[in-house]
Design a protein. Structure first.
Ligand code: DGP
Length: 113
C-alpha cells in the first residue's frame, strides 16, 4: 500500500491517534506547525479536496465536524483555531490522501504563506 495515510488507517504505520470513528481518523502531525496540529482524514482514500465530488461531500463535512470535536478535547475551542485543506502543489499538498489540518494553541498569521 503506497499511501502513507492509508497505512495509518490500516494500522500498518504508527501514528498518535487522538480520535477515530467509522469514517475518519485523527492523529498528530509528524511535523507540527502549532502547539496543537492534528490531521483529520477519511478512512476512504480520496486524493485531495478537488477529488471530493458530489458523492463524498458528506465525507469532507464529517472531517470538519470531527475537527470541532477534537478541538474541544484539546482545549482550543474557546481560543479559536484554523482548519486548512491543501490542494495540489501550489496549495502546499504533499500527501495525496485528503486531510484536514487542525491548528491551534497560538495566534495564526494572515495571509498564510
Ligand atoms: P500537506 O502538506 O497538506 O500535504 O500536509 C501533509 C502533512 O502530513 C504534513 O504536515 C506532515 C504530515 N505527515 C506526513 N507523513 C506523515 C506520517 O507518516 N505521519 C504523520 N503523523 N504525519 C505525517
Amino acid at each position: 500500500m503506497a499511501c502513507v495515510f492509508c497505512q495509518i488507517v490500516a494500522g500498518e504505520r504508527p501514528a498518535n491517534i487522538v480520535y477515530e470513528d467509522e469514517r475518519a481518523v485523527a492523529f498528530r502531525d509528524i511535523n507540527p506547525q502549532a502547539p496543537t496540529h492534528i490531521l483529520i482524514i477519511p478512512r476512504e482514500h480520496i486524493d485531495g479536496p478537488a477529488d471530493a465530488g458530489a458523492d463524498n461531500e458528506m465525507v469532507i463535512g464529517h472531517l470538519v465536524a470531527v475537527a470541532a470535536r477534537v478541538a474541544a478535547d484539546e482545549g482550543i475551542s474557546a481560543g479559536g483555531y484554523r482548519l486548512v485543506l491543501n490542494q495540489g502543489r501550489n496549495g502546499g499538498q504533499s500527501v495525496f490522501h485528503v486531510h484536514l489540518h487542525l491548528l491551534g494553541g497560538r495566534r495564526m498569521g494572515w495571509p498564510p504563506g
